[in-house]
Design a protein around this ligand. Structure first.
Ligand code: SAM
Ligand code: SF4
Length: 548
């Protein structure tokens, strides 16, 4: 999910030695940014699986009791409003699936007499339509609806779920109910939906909509790469070519969007250019995660648990001191800017492309996975007394759901790569591109799935498992004078032992199959980077580390 890299949770010293710092208002940082906008995530769950946001199997969820309760959210909201927050946005996960949403809205609207001016929500629109009238009644003032395509077929590919019509119905209803601010959020990805931007702008011709194109951002496991990210200037040029008569609209001081309008159109459009032209200098946002951590920056690593403080009996003063300390530590600009040199300096990026995973620190999701990296870790397949190989006895282990994904990369010459890929089509429309031996990706996919099922016969000490599902997925990336096929294999089972080996075997054999089918054109193709990118289930817990 849209949950930026969290490396560890850090505790701050909240007594500053500097007097000046102590004199600053709690929500003002060292760069004189006043934080008047609070985004609260209501849940980690979602009813879609947008490819740019979460993996197919969803994100590892916190236990229910770790999620903030409605009274806890309201307590924090009150604290923030009393310190000057005037706008609260509810987000997620998908906020509309929180069961006590109306109760929460009632509580929040009670904060209006304490200075809260606006309550917004960002939603995917799937479960929104029925709830919308009541939400407006309870004081919802703005709605950002996420919609990345106006093609129902593509919607299903992008979100991995059905429901396009429901989103459109929510959009239509929101417009007819006359909500104060209605925006459509569209994350633009090259070769996926960038060809639709002009159609999106067209939507604003006779509708009072603000269409916002968001630059695709890197988050855990979403396989971001700079080629997929379309800089906003490129989109603006494309839109200007279709509608030469556009003009800049005056933006609000803390607006993250650069707005434009086509002459004569009722609505407008804009760009959220977090990647190529960040707006950190005027950032006035703070975030609370569903499990109660405060984050001063979407991309920031450090989080502090306000939930633990509240449940540990901390006073409002202590909470405020902590919030103030987090705000004061806010950096002048966000860390994802480190990706920017790749966009502007292709020569320095080139070595990264060959072995991209080597350049990224692994991202551990919890302490358990950190522990399994420690020096006490021992090889489970070696008998400690005899030093001989043995099969692990899993008789006493619990049967749990286990999922693992592994990745491999095969780098091919452009000639071979182009036999797999039709350069004029996005990946999801690549079917049927065949070289002399047939459709390479389909054969490699079947080979990988077969291999997953046969893992225990290939790897001597692996247990035979009843696999529930094995998937092999490909991402194609042209990188100058070569092309990469990035293979991701995901295997799940209900069992006593993990499926990492099955996923690794599937990713390896799929890569070998691509090699076999392309070797006549490129006998020097290189297979690299075979590794587990995420696993969940079992006693050793979950982890996730960056893939390509
Ligand atoms: N589920 C709700 C929704 O989709 O509107 C709210 C949560 S979602 C994480 C909030 C916004 O983040 C959505 O507009 C979504 O499109 C955007 N988003 C998610 N992943 C993104 C990414 N990798 N890059 C840019 N925007 C992203
Ligand atoms: Fe992520 Fe929102 Fe899509 Fe759900 S609907 S997967 S939270 S972007």
């Amino acid at each position: 999910m849209y949950r930026p890299t969290r490396i560890f949770t850090r505790r701050f010293n909240f007594r500053s030695p500097h007097r000046d710092v102590e004199r600053l208002p709690a929500l003002t940082d060292m760069f004189n940014r006043h934080h008047t906008y609070l985004r609260i995530s209501l849940t980690e769950r979602c009813n879609l699986r947008c490819t740019y946001c979460m993996p197919e199997e969803g994100v590892p969820l916190s236990p229910k009791e770790d999620i903030l309760t409605t009274p806890e959210i309201l307590k924090l909201a009150t604290l923030f409003v009393n310190q000057g927050v005037t706008k609260i946005r509810l987000t997620g996960g998908e906020p509309t699936i929180r069961p006590d949403l109306f109760e929460l809205m009632t509580g929040l609207s009670g904060l209006r007499n304490q200075g809260l001016k606006a309550i917004g929500m960002t939603s995917n629109g799937i479960a929104l339509k029925r709830k919308l009238p009541k939400l407006l009644e309870y004081g919802l003032t703005s709605l950002n609806l996420s919609l990345d395509t106006i093609n129902p077929f593509k919607f299903q590919i992008l979100t991995r779920r059905k429901g396009f019509e429901k989103v459109i119905e929510s959009l239509d209803l929101a417009e007819s109910l006359g909500i104060q601010q209605l925006k459509v959020n569209c994350v633009v990805m090259r070769g996926v939906n960038d060809m639709e931007v002009v159609d999106f702008v067209q939507l604003s011709e006779d509708r009072n909509l603000s269409i916002r194109f968001i630059e695709y951002m890197p988050f855990d496991g979403n396989r971001w790469n700079d080629k997929k990210m379309v800089p906003y200037k490129e989109l603006l040029a494309k839109i200007t070519a279709a509608y030469p008569n556009i003009s800049k609209v005056q933006d609000d001081p803390n607006d993250t969007t650069k707005h434009y309008r086509v002459a004569g159109f009722k609505g407008n459009f804009g760009f959220i250019s977090s990647m190529t032209d960040h707006f950190c200098g005027t950032c006035n946002r703070l975030r609370i995660t569903a499990d109660g951590n405060i984050k001063a920056c979407l991309f920031g690593a450090a989080e502090v648990s306000l939930r633990d403080m509240m449940r540990g009996g901390s006073s409002d003063e202590d909470l405020l001191a902590m919030i103030s300390a987090v705000v004061k530590k806010k950096k002048p600009k966000h860390a994802a800017q480190e990706f920017i040199p790749r966009l502007t300096m292709p020569s320095s990026f080139a070595p990264l492309i060959k072995t991209p995973f080597l350049n990224k620190a692994p991202i551990f999701r919890n302490n358990q996975s950190m522990r399994s990296q420690s020096s006490d870790a021992r090889l489970s397949h070696i008998d400690p007394s005899s030093g001989k190989a043995k099969m692990v006895d899993v008789g006493d282990k619990a049967v749990t759901k286990r999922v693992a994904s592994a990745q491999s990369i095969i780098t091919l010459s452009l000639a071979a790569f182009r036999q797999i890929r039709d350069p004029n089509k996005p990946y999801h429309l690549q079917d049927g591109v065949a070289n002399k031996k047939g459709d390479v990706l389909t054969v490699a996919q079947i080979a990988g799935i077969q291999a997953a099922k046969m893992t225990s016969s290939l790897i001597p000490l692996c247990h035979p498992l009843q696999i529930n599902k094995a998937d092999v997925d490909f991402e194609l990336r042209e990188t100058g004078d070569s092309g990469e096929v990035i293979i991701t294999a995901t295997v799940s089972c209900q069992g006593k032992t993990g499926v990492e080996m099955e996923a690794l075997t599937a990713a390896s054999v799929a890569a070998l199959t691509v090699f076999d089918m392309c070797k006549a054109v490129d006998p020097r193709a290189v297979i690299s980077g075979i590794h587990v990118i995420r696993k969940s289930g079992g006693r050793s817990g979950s982890f996730e580390q960056n893939g390509s």
